[in-house]
Ligand binder design. Sequence first.
Ligand code: ADP
Length: 432
Amino acid sequence: MSQQTLIIITFSIYFIASLVIIFFLILKKQQPKAQNTSFLANNLADEKQKSNIIINTIEDGIILIDPKGVIQLFNPGASNLTGWQDSDAIGLDYKSIIKLVNDKNEPYDNSNDPVLKLNINQHSYRDNTATLVSKNNLQIAVSISTSAFFDQNGKISGNIMVIRDITKERLEEKQRTEFISTASHEMRTPVAAIEGYLSLSLNEKVSTIDNRARDYLEKAYESTRHLGQLFQDLLTSAKAEDGRLTSHPVIIQLSEYLEKLSQDLKFAAEKKNLTISFVTGEPDDVIDATKGSHNILPLYYIKADPDRIREVITNLFDNAVKYTEQGVITLGLRGDNNIVQIYVKDMGIGIPKEDIPHLFQKFYRVDNSATRTIGGTGLGLFIAQKIVELYQGKIWVESTINKGSTFYINFPRIDTVTAQNELRNQINEINV
Ligand code: ADP
């Protein structure tokens, strides 16, 4: 065998051996991948099974609704609540299956429909006040939440509706509210009597008391007034909760109404050396509330009970005064074709970010040195929100610590022609 042949054979052996090694290496690399794929597949099947178990076992009704409003998934919980079988419900418009009424037994319309609300606001939405009317006309107190999921372009590609039966909770809440309402009503009467007698004792024309006694009585009078206010707030909040808040809505021309109100409110502000300004339209149109105005005010009409609106604005304004040491408090009014916006802006202590979502809850007070020394019940904003909602309005706050807070209220705007026609009818009714 020539040396050349030997080299060729050795080279060939090396070449074949390398090929074999590479082949085995590739095989080895492939093997765990295959295992991995099957592991993943099992895992996915497992996950799917798990979500199926959850969706089918959970008591809450879960409904998947596509962007056209057609039901795509209807779990057994939803069947139990609505009385509809999934085979009948899937493929139908959710509105023909999910019938909701409010606390006055009026059917929901587009303004409170939980799916439409979600599409407008583009995030999750919750309604704890709805009553579901089942296929067999049974009425069930429910809490409904809707959440959207989006495609890559940020468009809503479906909604998940979760319906929970809250019959027990709503009954307990009703009993609690009734108790508070009765108790505060009963207690208000003797407290009002004590307040009256204390006020008589402090009246120099009626009684003679020495200075020390006057000091004690003044303190007692202040505390009694606070207690009276607490009972009044409790009563109002109980009424607001079960829909017994009296309301006589009429057409209100807000520019005129708020300008007068700002004149009344200025005294509370002046006691603390604060300035009040009334602003209509954009911030340049300031009207100095302390001097009155000769400006032509734009016509912003809403339909609401003027006494209730006064209650809300006074509460926001009192808070602004309470939580501001110096500066200006602005009462503002502006709007577009559809809404009228009122705002109360202060330059006070501000509200921490984490407290803002809870601010309109019953008895909620921010825990800081100011609220520990400044009196309050934590019911004012709760009542304000209930009143604003009576007139399809919305209230919210924006705030910066140590810079101040602005409370905004939006009401649906009544156009001038409709408002003036209604005003004429109101006047005719009074004259009949
Ligand atoms: P309160 O009777 O305690 O004032 P509210 O319901 O009116 O009850 O207000 C709830 C809480 O919100 C207050 O205790 C206070 O902590 C906070 N708050 C309300 N308005 C303001 C404001 N303008 N500036 C700072 N904090 C405010």
